[in-house]
Design a protein around this ligand. Structure first.
Ligand code: A2H
Length: 253
């Protein structure tokens, strides 16, 4: 692409329950009292109030990396290598991997979602996650992301096909941002207006661009500490708040 640097916020979603497959794979590889975090990278930290799931790709191989004696991160190898040069690991340039897991293995695990109105969310599959961007883990905010909304509907319609339970995917989507003309659920509204009903729709890029432009430049927060503030202002305030509580780390690539 280009030389543009993306400034992401990596959210620390602590695993509260592993899927059974993962429990078997990890047994003996990490201490019993370890904290493992799945770490989605986002460009929109102010939307974390509306998280409803965590997406992994069933076809990507992830690692579990030791960031301190008790803390471990689940992410792609590539993200770990990048973070090793951004001061996240104790030793510069080193990213000790203690286990390897396929995205497929961790589906059905439950993680804590910092700041979200739902305390815990399920890990579910998203085929379109790119291995060479962010951490390979994406947090789902169906109210404001057309990608996340279409995948949410797809998963709930075809739960068996995707090897999940329908009840893992909450369908009462939480409003978090109000926009003039699109109400408080911009992603579902745009998808309905543009008749987008699958994650493969050719219209999806256009919906994403609009959701981003309108949400970011004209949106106003409806929830949380910065309720009432414009999204443009809330973005950095929420980011700083997540960094201050050690629920997030800054990441550039
Ligand atoms: B965003 P950019 Cl509410 N593969 O976070 C595919 N998508 C990925 C990814 C990967 N490996 N890593 C991160 N992403 C998603 C929130 C959000 C995001 C909202 C609205 C728009 C939006 C909740 N999901 O992004 O290509 C993440 O989703 C619109 C672009 O680097 C991340 O921010 O510009 C965004 O894509 C990063 O995409």
């Amino acid at each position: 692409e280009s030389v543009r640097v993306q400034e992401y916020t990596i959210i620390k979603c602590k695993v509260v329950q592993w899927s059974e497959r993962t429990q078997n794979i990890l047994s003996g590889k990490i201490p019993d009292d370890a904290n493992v975090f799945m770490v989605p990278a986002t460009l929109r930290p102010e939307t974390m109030y509306g998280q409803t799931n965590l997406f992994v790709s069933p076809s990507i191989t992830y690692g579990v990396f030791r960031v301190s004696e008790k803390d471990f991160f689940f992410m792609t190898n590539r993200a770990a290598r990048n973070l090793a040069f951004q001061g996240i690991f104790p030793e510069w340039g080193n990213f000790p991997k203690v286990a390897e897991l396929n995205g497929y293995d961790v589906i059905g695990s439950v993680v804590n979602a910092p700041m979200s109105q739902l305390q815990n969310v399920y890990v579910v599959p998203m085929d379109t996650i790119k291995e060479d961007k962010g951490t390979g883990v994406v947090t789902s905010v169906p109210s404001d992301s057309p990608d996340d909304y279409t995948m949410t509907i797809e998963l709930s319609k075809k739960a068996d096909y995707y090897g999940i339970r329908a009840e893992w995917v909450p369908l009462d989507i939480l409003p978090i941002i109000d926009t003039p003309g699109y109400g408080n659920l911009i992603a579902p509204t745009l998808c309905k207006n543009m008749r987008i009903n699958t994650p493969k729709s050719s219209q999806l890029p256009e919906a994403k661009e609009q959701a981003y432009k309108i949400g970011f430049y004209q949106g106003k927060m409806l929830v949380g500490e910065f309720s009432g503030k414009p999204v443009q202002e809330a973005k950095n305030l929420v980011r700083q708040s997540l960094l201050d509580t050690n629920d997030a780390i800054a990441y550039c690539e």
